[in-house]
Design a protein around this ligand. Structure first.
Ligand SMILES: [Zn+2]
Length: 122
C-alpha cells in the first residue's frame, strides 16, 4: 500500500487585474444656454407655453378676471344711465363685470398655478 498524500491544490488565486481606466478627457464645453424670453401672444384660448415658475412645458389654462375694460364699461354705462335719469337702473351697469368678453384673460400654469401671462383688454 502506498500512501497517497492528499494533494492540496491551493485555490486558484485571483489577482484582481489592476484596472486603470484612463478616463477619456471628456471635454464638455459649457454652452451658454440662456433661454430667450419667448414672447407669447396670449389669446383667449389655452396656449402652449413653458412655465416661468416651474419650467415645465404646459398648456396654459385661461381664466377670466375682471380688468380695466370691465370697469370702463361699468363707468360708461352708469354715466349714460345717470344722464338719462334712469337712476334705479344704474346698478345694472355692474352687470358689465359679468361679461366675459370684457375681462382680462390670465394664463395660469396647470402645474403650479402661476400666472404666466395676461391678455389685457385695454
Ligand atoms: Zn408652472
Amino acid at each position: 500500500m502506498t500512501y497517497q498524500p492528499q494533494q492540496q491544490y491551493p485555490p486558484p488565486q485571483q489577482y484582481p487585474a489592476p484596472q486603470q481606466y484612463a478616463a477619456p478627457p471628456q471635454q464638455t464645453t459649457p454652452i451658454a444656454q440662456q433661454p430667450l424670453p419667448v414672447k407669447v401672444a396670449w389669446g383667449d384660448s389655452p396656449t402652449p407655453m413653458t412655465c416661468t415658475n416651474c419650467n415645465t412645458q404646459q398648456t396654459s389654462v385661461p381664466t377670466k378676471k375682471v380688468g380695466c375694460m370691465s370697469w370702463i364699461i361699468v363707468g360708461v354705462v352708469a354715466f349714460v344711465l345717470f344722464d338719462l335719469v334712469l337712476w334705479p337702473c344704474i346698478p345694472c351697469a355692474f352687470l358689465a363685470l359679468l361679461i366675459n368678453g370684457l375681462k382680462d384673460t390670465h394664463h395660469v400654469c396647470p402645474n403650479c398655478n402661476h400666472v404666466n401671462g395676461v391678455k389685457k383688454m385695454v
